[in-house]
Design a protein around this ligand. Structure first.
Ligand code: 13P
Ligand code: SF4
Length: 312
């Protein structure tokens, strides 16, 4: 490991003690950022974990909506975000005022929103979901109750295929990383590794999900790879997850699925990769930037997140 990187990690350890801070990180951050985290997880696990943290400060190594979710659930804590401009293409695809208008046009619909949304969108949402629990959330709603499902059209249509539910209006949003995987290249890899299991995140398009041996959230994919007994895995999600896969299972072979254009590096989430060790040091030293949310919006968003956590 580069000396500079080692020094930054030591400085972060020192600052965590001094500032009584805990670092939560998503699996898509860089391996070095994951290495300084106290807790790594998928979106659902990170939201649930935030609630039980005793330290007064949480530093969220992830994208903005994740840190916002932690602040909504822990208003009394300081939630620091090293890179507030780290957005998410799904969160960007759904603006709160546009959703509010759409909801007013469909007054008999219940709003289910993916957690990859801003706090403003969550405030207009009846119940949130993540990729871990979207099926349970939708199944918890009476079959004759129409739903607006926002903003991921791929996750929404996957849930529609699983439930056979026709009364779901899907928002037209998508993740720029998960939309880019190439079926042709996955099938080529399958020829090279015929025994490989194809593991896919449900943000991918339907024709990619159709060739999956397993579909799930980042945490569910990790868990499946550990228990399924195969040796080779074609991993069809953001490549940051490979660090944790290889750490947990050095004996297994994880092959990242290439995007349509292999030169574009677009199986990487550019937003997640904005979080660096340097920015974490700076953020802990300055105790800023910090997430701040207007209380009425926070309260409304909290209801939709707690409705989700109650289902799990
Ligand atoms: P997970 O909930 O599976 O961690 O997914 C978060 C995400 O942003 C996927 O692109
Ligand atoms: Fe958002 Fe896609 Fe990045 Fe996940 S991978 S944070 S959905 S842009």
């Amino acid at each position: 490991m580069a000396t500079n990187q080692q020094q930054l990690m030591e400085r972060i350890a020192e600052l965590k003690r001094e500032k009584q801070a805990v670092i939560l990180a998503h699996y898509y951050t860089t391996p070095e950022v994951q290495a300084v985290a106290d807790f790594l997880g998928d979106s659902l696990a990170l939201a649930v974990k935030a609630q039980s943290i005793e330290a007064p400060t949480i530093l969220f190594a992830g994208v903005h909506f994740m840190a916002e979710t932690a602040k909504v659930l822990c208003p009394e804590k300081r939630v620091l975000i090293p890179c507030p401009e780290a957005s998410c293409s799904l969160a960007e695809s759904c603006r709160a005022e546009v959703l509010a208008r759409f909801k007013a046009e469909h007054p008999n619909h219940l709003v289910v929103s993916y957690v990859n949304t801003t706090v403003g969108v969550k405030a207009h949402t009846d119940i949130c979901c993540t990729s871990s629990n979207a099926l349970q959330v939708v199944e918890s709603i009476p079959a004759d109750q129409p739903i607006i499902f926002a903003p991921d059209r791929n996750l929404g249509s996957y849930i529609q295929r699983l439930t056979g539910r026709e009364n779901m209006l899907l928002w037209d949003g998508a993740c720029h990383v998960h939309e880019e995987f190439s079926l042709e290249k996955i099938l080529d890899l399958k020829k090279q590794y015929p025994e490989a299991k194809v593991v896919v995140h449900p943000e991918c398009k339907a024709h990619i999900v159709a060739v999956a041996d397993f579909v799930g959230s980042t945490a569910a994919i990790l868990e499946y790879c550990g228990r399924c007994g195969a040796t080779d895995f074609i991993v069809v999600t953001e490549s940051g997850i490979l660090a944790e896969m290889r750490k947990r299972h050095p004996e297994l072979n994880f092959i990242p699925a290439p995007p349509i254009d292999s030169s574009c590096g677009c199986n990487e989430c550019n937003y997640m990769k904005m979080v660096t060790l340097e920015k974490i040091v700076e953020c802990l030293e300055n105790e800023a930037p910090e997430i701040e949310i207007e209380e009425s919006v926070r309260k409304a968003a909290e209801r939709s997140i707690l409705n989700m956590i109650a289902i799990k």
